[in-house]
Ligand binder design. Structure first.
Ligand code: NAD
Ligand code: UPG
Length: 538
């Protein structure tokens, strides 16, 4: 069969999605990664972080795409490889201007220091995409791969238009051999499409090696994730040229990553591993969130259940924090991508399995809204509801797929007055997120219902309810009156309408301390006050 992506490029799969002759099977398993608990079953037959294969030394890198991945990743590469010139290029001049200024386009702890140290030394940001391509030995393609919004596969398939445009540019501009690295998260077998495009459009005699090198950094911890990755994954063809290109890239990472954490495998395994890792992480969150519903109905406490389960070394403690739902630009997009891939491969049961992870996430947000409505006497009309936090997680200004956006939209439909405070998200971004072309065009009517505040205490004044949407440290209860980083919830209580409701979508507030102040605290995964009274809880 042919699996058509929306750019028209074809990733050709045989009948059951098996590989064809030039693709080898996985030749082994990874060495123990930093977080792994189960030893690998097999060893890789390919050398790890290969150094014993003849290969070129990379001296100039170009990264196409100066976003959340391209920027931090290549800044760290420059920091750790002072002998390599790294140029990050982008078609967006505003973004490049910001990278070249004192106010970087993304908020990421530790990023400023890295950029300051390398910028102008061996790290450069430019809109001159062609020059970057022309001069580089190795090119990262780190452009966006959003979910398609129309046409075949709309709502599921990845829009590979940006990857294709960048690949075509490389083909047209390159005058010498290049290693082209897929850094973007892409459907399995995209490297094949890239190869066809490169070979069909390049000058005669030029050779391209294509590698898959998915990125696993999480926003908010990008710099520490890059500095100490669990693993660096490099996928290549199992040919002398492919292995040699992989060795060249491995050398770059070996500038700071131990060789035994740089793992190599076949291209398609590498591409799929990225989607698989995100799907499995998101699945854990949906699983714990599904259990949170049972907790709320039975009197169990989801944090205690997570703790008990996480102590089992086969399960582990990470990614078991119940919440109002996962957000971010990756989880939903990548799972839907996997769903589309499964359907394209005629695997409907597999598609349905993964789709449920996303569907439950939507349900979790609705459940939270229903709890707010029920507690607030079944009507939100004209009530002031304050959202604390708008970013999809703490320590980032990114709002992509933030649960706060969905909640704000639901609250608007209930005709509530919404006040929003977030320490990092800009006002413009919030208006952009809340206005939907074709649905909410009238920004003036939106502004009658929504207020954006730049002070967290003012945001809560006169509120009927405060909803914690993002787990920023500054929303946690202050340790003592001198603690200016936490929140003085007594001060908040005094200025709120009574009964004063707080809905904790991130499990950052202690029920006993909040009740001592006088709040009615309703947390995800914990029974509410109503339940506790009716079941003789205390
Ligand atoms: N954000 C994350 O935390 C994260 C982590 C791992 C992987 N990823 C994946 O990495 C990829 C990039 O994600 P991101 O969050 O950095 O996206 P982003 O939207 O922040 O950045 C992408 C950049 O690419 C630029 N671009 C697009 N087409 C271009 C072209 N033809 N030439 C030059 N520049 C071009 C855009 O202008 C944009 O600035 C995606 O596939 C994503 O799934 C993201
Ligand atoms: O126990 C948890 C952990 C996370 N979340 C939420 O899940 C979302 C995603 O969080 P996180 O995974 O930490 O951030 P991302 O930046 O989206 O990173 C994910 O997506 C990236 C893009 O593909 C990958 O590179 C990372 O490995 C993967 O963690 C956020 O809304 C979190 O609040 C929870 O609700 N509970």
């Amino acid at each position: 069969m042919e699996y058509t992506n929306q750019t028209g490029a074809l990733a050709i799969l045989n009948g059951r999605g098996n590989t064809t002759s030039d693709e080898t099977t996985l030749t082994g398993a990874a060495p123990p990664a930093a977080r792994s608990v189960t030893p690998p079953q097999k060893r890789l037959s390919r050398p790890l972080g290969a150094i014993d294969i003849p290969h070129r030394k990379v001296t100039k890198i170009c990264c196409i795409g100066a976003g959340y991945v391209g920027g931090p990743t290549c800044a760290v590469i420059a920091l750790k490889n002072t002998h390599i010139i790294v140029t990050i290029v982008d078609v967006n001049p505003t973004r490049i201007a910001a990278w070249n200024s004192d106010s970087l386009p993304i908020y990421e702890p530790g990023l400023d220091a890295v950029v300051k140290e390398c910028r102008g030394r061996n790290l450069f940001f430019s809109t001159d995409v062609d020059k970057g391509i022309l001069e580089a030995d190795l090119i990262f393609v780190s452009v966006n791969t959003p979910t398609k919004t129309q046409g075949v596969g709309a709502g599921y398939a990845a829009d590979l238009g940006y990857v294709e445009a960048a690949t075509r540019r490389v083909a047209e501009v390159a005058t010498g051999d290049k290693i082209v690295v897929e850094k973007s998260t892409v459907p399995c077998r995209t490297a094949q499409s890239m190869r066809v495009i490169l070979e069909a459009n390049s000058r005669p005699g030029i050779h391209f090696d294509i590698l898959s090198n998915p990125e696993f950094l999480a926003e908010g911890t990008a710099i520490s994730d890059l500095m100490c990755p669990d693993r660096v994954l490099i996928g290549s063809l199992d040919t002398p040229a492919g292995r040699s290109a992989a060795a060249s890239l491995a050398d770059v990472y070996a500038g700071w990553v131990p060789r035994n954490q740089i793992i190599t495998m076949n291209l398609w395994s590498s591409e799929l591993s990225k989607l698989a890792a995100n799907a499995m992480l998101a699945q854990r969150i949906s699983s714990i969130n599904a259990l949170s519903a049972i907790c709320e109905a039975t009197g169990a406490d989801i944090d205690e259940v997570s703790y008990a389960c996480g102590l089992d070394s086969r399960i582990g403690p990470k990614f078991l924090k119940a919440s109002v739902g996962f957000g971010g630009s990756c989880f939903q997009k990548d799972i839907l991508n996997l769903v589309y891939l499964s359907e394209s491969l005629h695997l409907p049961e597999v598609a349905a399995y993964w789709k449920q992870v996303v569907e439950f996430n939507e349900h979790q947000k609705k459940r939270f809204l229903h709890r707010i409505i029920t507690c607030l006497f079944n009507t939100l009309t004209a009530k002031k509801i304050t959202l604390l936090g708008f970013a999809f997680k703490a320590d980032t200004g990114d709002t992509r797929e933030s649960p706060a956006i969905t909640l704000a939209k639901y609250l608007r439909a209930e005709r509530a007055h919404i006040t929003i405070y977030d320490p990092q998200v800009t006002e413009d971004q919030i208006w952009l997120d809340l206005s939907e072309p074709g649905v909410v065009d009238d920004i003036e009517s939106l502004k009658k219902q929504v207020t954006i505040c730049n002070n967290k205490y003012e945001a809560c004044e006169g509120a009927d309810a405060v909803v914690v949407c993002t787990e920023w440290k500054e929303f946690k209860m202050q340790k003592d009156p001198a603690d200016t980083r936490g929140m003085d919830w007594t001060r908040v209580y005094e200025k709120m309408k009574k009964p004063a409701f707080v809905f904790d979508g991130r499990l950052i507030l202690d029920v006993h301390r909040m009740e001592e102040i006088g709040f009615q605290l309703e947390s995800i995964g914990r029974p509410g006050k109503g339940f506790r009274r009716s079941k003789d809880w205390e």
